[in-house]
Design a protein around this ligand. Structure first.
Ligand code: NDP
Length: 304
């Protein structure tokens, strides 16, 4: 029978751990973890996301500092804010909500964040540490969506060693870090993307498929082998009729869930799979950073 991998429940478990770790840090060192969230512009999706982060941080006893900046903010002004946050010893994590307005160079901004406060894990040094792996990984911050995807996967398949994994998508935010995490788990990893030839044939040999494409319901049952484990990172809004027949929308993944369900051994739904894990892992990274700043070991290890 196919297992539905419940990301909502798992994310709640992680947030409970984060709260416990945050409370222990305060008890032992009188330090409250603090996350600075910088939002530039009025992107509605970003605003919703930032709001959810702030609310969940409060539930985990993590302090947040919000910086809302105009859409017309120039790069120098944003860099100045980041420098101030880098120098603020009360701030343990800095998150600059992406995407940034077009007048700002995202890479320059990400790499201006103190690597020890880069809880999104996008800084070039953190990406390099993840790529090198091993001991280096213990100093890194791992990007939140791939970290959440791996935690869900390991909860279903504790020993991934030797498995064939196909990651669909090669973005710096999801596809590449995910593939590096799977290499670290001793999977044999293939990354496919928009230029890959015969993508279905490659996917059909995979024990594990991680889909991070941004194409609604692209992956069908004839792409996957029997009993494959499917991690669907995609979040796509498509038109859908409401129960009363009027026009509405709904969220779907990159995998055609209903088509693939019977053939897979385990699958993340959308919504309620990988989605809730991203914020939970951001909060986890923030508390990890606060522990490191206090000279303590990571409370939960790298990936456990
Ligand atoms: P990007 O657009 O940055 O990357 C998409 C990747 O998919 C690219 O590597 C692209 O290839 C590849 N691709 C596009 N079309 C095809 C195709 N037809 N066949 C094979 N590969 C294709 O997206 P992200 O990685 O940022 O996000 C991917 C999905 O994950 C999105 O749906 C996004 O909404 C979701 N997401 C969910 C998060 C969560 O919290 N759960 C967080 C982040 C993202 P190429 O490089 O050749 O262009």
């Amino acid at each position: 029978m196919t297992k539905i991998i419940d990301g909502k429940e798992f994310a709640q478990k992680i947030r409970n751990q984060v709260k416990e770790d945050s409370d222990n840090l305060f008890k032992n060192k009188e330090v409250q973890p603090c996350l600075a969230v910088v939002l530039v512009g009025e992107n509605p999706a970003s605003k919703v996301y930032v709001g959810a982060k702030t609310k969940m941080a409060a539930e985990c006893n993590i302090k947040t500092k919000d910086f809302k900046m105009e859409d017309t903010t120039d790069q120098a002004t944003l860099l100045k804010v980041i420098e101030e946050l880098n120098n603020d010893s009360g701030v343990h994590g800095i998150l600059v909500q992406l995407p940034l307005p077009k007048q700002i160079d995202e890479r320059a901004v990400i790499d201006a964040i103190d690597v020890k406060k880069d809880v999104d894990g996008f800084h070039a040094i953190n990406a390099g540490r993840l790529s090198i792996g091993g001991e280096m990984l213990k100093q890194a911050f791992i990007p939140c969506t791939p970290l959440g995807s791996l935690l869900l996967l390991k909860d279903t398949v504790p020993n991934l060693s030797g498995m064939n994994a196909v990651v669909i998508g090669r973005s710096n935010i999801v596809g590449k870090p995910m593939s590096q995490l799977l290499i670290e788990e001793s999977c044999t990893v293939t990354i496919v993307h928009s230029r890959t030839k015969d993508i279905e044939a490659i996917c059909s040999k995979a024990d594990i498929i991680v889909a991070a494409v941004g194409r609604p319901e692209m992956i069908k049952s004839n792409w996957i082998k029997d009993d494959a484990v499917i991690i669907d990172v995609g979040i796509n809004r498509i038109p859908s009729k409401k129960p009363d027949g009027s026009e509405g929308t709904k969220l779907v993944g990159d995998v055609d869930y209903n088509d693939v369900f019977e053939k897979s051994s385990a699958i993340t739904p959308v919504p309620g799979g990988v989605g809730p894990m991203t914020i939970a892992c951001l909060l986890r990274n923030t508390v990890t950073s606060a522990y490191r700043h206090a000279g303590l070991d990571d409370p939960r290890g790298t990936v456990s």
